[in-house]
Design a protein around this ligand. Structure first.
Ligand code: 5GP
Length: 122
């Protein structure tokens, strides 16, 4: 899948639309999700143009991957989520219902997050 320069996170990176920024390093930007699903719901995105985890893991440089993972750790720590716990999640593609085609990791915290994934209907 080709990268779409007009996706919403590309526009946030170009500062064409605002975001509630919580952290930034040289390779990653973190901001609050516009429709939070937990008291803490932060998105961490690479600054490079990667469609999803598949693209990022295959094509990002080691420095981008290291800096990105470090950013996720900092975000969780700065959110005060280490002691009680947090969940990270990345959706890739149709079955995972990925909405925005720019790789991102969700960081959820601030309440009991329940079971890992929803079970299929019986
Ligand atoms: P996905 O389903 O692709 O993993 O998640 C996309 C996430 O991006 C959703 O949780 C959605 O609420 C969030 N989102 C979509 N548009 C915007 C936006 O313009 N600003 C912010 N901060 N979050 C957004």
């Amino acid at each position: 899948m080709a990268y779409d320069d007009n996706n919403i996170f590309a526009k946030i990176l170009r500062a064409e639309i605002p975001c509630d920024k919580v952290y930034e390093n040289d390779v990653a930007l973190a901001f609050k999700d516009i429709q939070p699903q937990a008291p803490t719901h932060i998105l961490v995105i690479p600054k490079g143009a990667y469609v999803s985890m598949d693209d990022f893991s295959a094509n990002a440089s080691d420095a981008e991957i290291a800096g990105f993972v470090r950013a996720v750790g900092v975000v969780a720590r700065e959110a005060g989520a280490v002691e009680d716990g947090y969940r990270i999640l990345a959706n890739h593609g149709r079955d995972a219902h990925q909405e925005v085609p720019h790789f991102h990791i969700h960081v959820f915290a601030g309440r009991d997050l329940g079971g890992m994934i929803r079970r299929p209907p019986a």
